[in-house]
Write a protein that binds this ligand. Structure first.
Ligand code: PAF
Length: 296
């Protein structure tokens, strides 16, 4: 596995591969890798000739009171995991490489960034959209892979890639879960033992929502109240939001019986904030497939 800190060196390496007509798969990450990230790598490995992973804890997507300085970092382990997973190139830029002195250009996806995470973390998606645009420009992949766990992030990236005429395909990969349903996340390491077992609440909320819709519940208001009651019953959980929204626009849905709904939740367990989501549909509606957006 080759490692690169400088954009120019990575570009020279990739230019050579492109001249050989090799396809490039790209998995952007912030490190602290887990099996969820590796499932993105595995998907890229199966679909592309060359796999590039970036590890960059992007300061601009953290709010002033968020965990940027404490975000888990373990480079030796990440290097071992990526090398074992058959990654060809690891891009490890410094902050100065990505945001050199004088940097002043931002990418803002105005609508799909606003609700849910965007409402609680106002600068977050501007930081994500900006760094992902830069990374896609640097790597110029054929396919870039993003996990479904950050569903809204996927929509933001899908939108910016279309709006800015990026040629890459943006591929969603289903969320990988622990055996008890907890979605894999780098932030799970913050949970105490008690919080870790309480955190299974999140995936239970999503499966309850799916079952209730299959059982014929059509009022989003009723279902939301039921789900909120489940959160209130867990003493270690503090609800930030649970919403039933349209999977393309993230606009609230009132009636659930008509198509696919995205149920999306953010819950705090102690100081740790976790998010999760699922696509749910009533009986007779085809189960949704992971989104993919072809480059334009
Ligand atoms: O999902 C993440 O790890 C980050 O938001 C990303 C896409 C690597 C941008 O910093």
């Amino acid at each position: 596995m080759r490692t690169f800190e400088q954009i120019s060196n990575l570009r020279t390496y990739l230019r050579g591969l492109r001249q050989e007509r090799k396809t490039v798969g790209f998995v952007p990450t912030m490190g602290a890798l887990h099996a969820g990230h590796l499932s993105l790598v595995q998907r890229a490995r199966g679909e592309c000739d060359v796999v590039v992973v970036s590890i960059f804890v992007n300061p601009t997507q953290f709010g002033p009171k968020e965990d940027y300085s404490k975000y888990p970092r373990d480079m030796p382990r990440d290097m071992q995991l990526t090398s074992n997973a058959g990654v060809d190139a690891l891009f490890l830029p410094t902050s100065e490489e990505i945001y050199p002195a004088g940097f002043q250009t931002w990418v803002e996806v105005t609508e799909v960034s606003k609700p849910l995470e965007g409402a609680l973390r106002p600068e977050h998606y501007r930081g994500v959209a900006t760094v992902v645009t830069k990374l896609l420009n640097i790597v110029q992949p054929d396919i870039a892979y993003f996990g479904q766990k950050d569903y809204q992030q996927f929509l933001v990236v899908e939108r910016l890639a279309r709006d800015l005429n990026m040629p890459a395909t943006i591929q969603m990969v289903p969320t990988l879960r622990e055996s008890d349903g907890l979605a894999m996340s780098s932030r799970n390491v913050y949970l105490s033992e008690e919080e870790r077992s309480a955190a299974t609440l999140l995936s239970r909320l999503l499966s309850t929502a799916g079952q209730r819709v299959l059982a014929g519940v059509t009022s989003a208001q009723t279902l939301r109240a039921e789900l909120e009651a489940l959160v209130s019953a867990e003493p270690l959980a503090t609800l930030e939001y649970i919403e039933l929204v349209h999977p393309d626009t993230l606009k609230p849905i009132q009636t659930l019986g008509e198509g696919v709904t995205l149920v999306v939740a953010a819950v705090r367990f102690g100081k740790t904030r976790l998010i999760d989501n699922a696509l749910i549909a009533p009986e007779g509606v085809a189960p949704p497939r992971p989104r993919v957006s072809k480059g334009v």
